[in-house]
Design a protein around this ligand. Structure first.
Ligand code: PEP
Length: 250
């Protein structure tokens, strides 16, 4: 049985004080059992949030990392650095990075490989735009992105990989995929994993849904057989709403 996993992506939001406060309330509210929970604050607040989460079961993740561990890459940070300050996870290939920073599947694959080598679980994001969906290209796009972003990943590493299906048209728009649309995409992604890595690994792979998850739609989305939780953006900035989403995954 796959355990539900709820991940908050705070993006480029919060201040040092509000990040600490948010982490404090989430840590106090998650209880001792239920869904696996993580938060991904901005990189500059990771250490402050790590200190706040110490002793709680809320895990810490980065929102990005580069594909080498050190060197002349101004403005970047590496998987080794994330690990060093207490992260266990890193979001890779988010559509905002693909869209605004030109990240390709090949680039994401290199980053995922190094993240795994450094003991981080990559959360690899894939998802189609509205234009691609309307053109009937959803499955083609998902196939290309998933297989491209995992091209460096051996079967032995797959259990440490998390996939997030995030239709671009649902991110930050308030319009979530319907549970049926999410289930269809997740089942397709799981099928691709079965083709590439075999059925047992595909059955244990955690696939999150992301795109306008909120307290009032989380339970129905997470109730789909292939939806294993959520990657939550906007709603993760409100501790009460985020905790309700976490509870929906219990
Ligand atoms: C995200 O950024 O990963 C996301 C899903 O955002 P939102 O929940 O705000 O749509």
């Amino acid at each position: 049985m796959r355990r539900k996993f709820i991940v908050g992506n705070w993006k480029m939001n919060t201040s040092r004080a509000s990040a600490i406060e948010l982490a404090k309330v989430v840590a106090a509210g998650v209880g001792s059992s239920g869904a696996r929970v993580a938060v991904c604050p901005p990189a500059v607040y990771l250490e402050a949030v790590a200190a706040t989460l110490a002793g709680s079961r809320v895990e810490l993740g980065g929102q990005n990392a580069y594909f080498t561990n050190a060197g002349a890459f101004t403005g970047e940070h590496s998987p080794a650095m994330l690990k060093d300050i207490g992260c266990g996870l890193v979001i890779l290939g988010h559509s905002e990075r693909r869209q605004f920073f030109g990240e390709t599947d090949e680039f994401v694959a290199k980053k995922a490989k190094l993240a795994l080598e450094n003991g981080l679980e990559p959360i690899v994001c894939v998802g189609e735009t509205l234009q691609e969906r309307q053109a009937g290209k959803t499955f083609e796009v998902l196939r290309t992105q998933l297989l491209g972003s995992l091209q460096t990943i051996e079967a032995t590493h797959l259990p440490q990989v998390v996939i997030a299906y995030e239709p671009v048209w649902a991110i930050g728009t308030g319009v979530n995929a319907t549970p049926e649309q999410a289930q269809e995409a997740h089942a397709f992604l799981r099928g691709l994993i079965a083709e590439k890595y075999g059925l047992p690994l595909s059955k244990s792979l955690v696939i999150l849904y992301g795109g306008s998850v909120k307290a009032d739609n989380a339970a129905t989305l997470f109730g789909q057989p292939d939806v294993d939780g959520g990657l939550v953006g906007g709603a993760a900035l409100d501790a009460k709403g985020f905790l309700q989403i976490v509870a929906a995954g219990a």
